[in-house]
Design a protein around this ligand. Structure first.
Ligand SMILES: [Fe+2]
Ligand SMILES: [Fe+2]
Length: 248
């Protein structure tokens, strides 16, 4: 990694960390942040399960087991965020059953500005679990897991101790952060099993640079677009939503 990329990485992750910490600390924006995490964590489960099956088919039992455990962990993370939302009387909007499911919202979910920049040069087809190259999946996911572990820990630490619901969420997020560290560790090991240390370092550097570019794309999009604050949550009970409308 060159020095500029390193500095940009620190600046970029610092800015995003500041933004996400502020968003999760504020009780008004907290549900939307939690919903985003629930969707992301649960959304990765089928992908990881499919990769685990592919590793089995290719004869790599070690990798298959790691991926299966990874999928289980992400399922658990999704449940932790769903539970936290429930405690706030909120839940993720069911986009499948809502009329909002337009082609546009679908494609936006599939290809956020962040992911479009991160996977620049790869079509969604090329990233499907049946065909994605292991030397793309491993380093790209390694970087995301490594950063997620730090981001979740940072966010957990800004949650207030005084509020029991927030405290519960804090403990859950610290646990999640630990799991993400474990995911990064096995992905690194998986690369070392298949490649030389020099090749691994080259890939890690490449995906670190891509992450910096993706953070810039994400930040740009947030500054320009009004769409990025689209609500992902609804009230868990209709009566609650009525009373909130009156209160607001
Ligand atoms: Fe996770
Ligand atoms: Fe993870």
């Amino acid at each position: 990694m060159n020095f500029l990329t390193y500095v940009m990485h620190l600046a970029g992750s610092g800015a995003i960390a500041y933004y996400s910490a502020a968003q999760i600390r504020d009780p008004k924006t907290r549900p939307n942040v939690l919903a985003g995490f629930q969707l992301a964590e649960s959304g990765s489960v089928p992908f990881l399960q499919a990769l685990s099956q592919r590793a089995t088919a290719e004869g790599d039992t070690w990798l298959s087991e790691k991926l299966a455990k990874h999928a289980e962990d992400e399922k658990k993370h999704g449940q932790i965020f769903a539970h936290a939302l429930k405690q706030l009387d909120k839940k993720v909007i069911d986009f499948k059953s809502s009329k909002e499911t337009t082609k546009e919202s679908k494609s936006q979910e599939g290809r956020s500005p962040f992911f479009a920049a991160y996977f620049k040069g790869y079509s969604p087809e090329q990233l499907k679990p049946a065909v994605t190259a292991w030397n793309v999946f491993m380093p790209s996911t390694y970087i995301l897991e490594l950063d997620a572990s730090k981001d979740f820990a940072r966010m957990a630490n800004v949650l207030p101790e005084s509020d029991p619901i927030a405290r519960n969420l804090k403990l859950g997020m610290l646990n999640i952060a630990q799991d993400e560290t474990g995911h990064a560790a096995y992905l690194y090991e998986a690369m070392m099993r298949r490649m030389s240390a020099t090749q691994v370092q080259k890939l890690v550097d490449e995906w670190r640079t891509r992450k910096v570019d993706a953070l810039m794309a994400f930040a740009n999009n947030m500054l320009q677009s009004k769409n990025s604050n689209r609500s992902l949550v609804q009230d868990a009970t209709p009566s609650e939503s009525d009373s909130e409308l009156i209160a607001a």
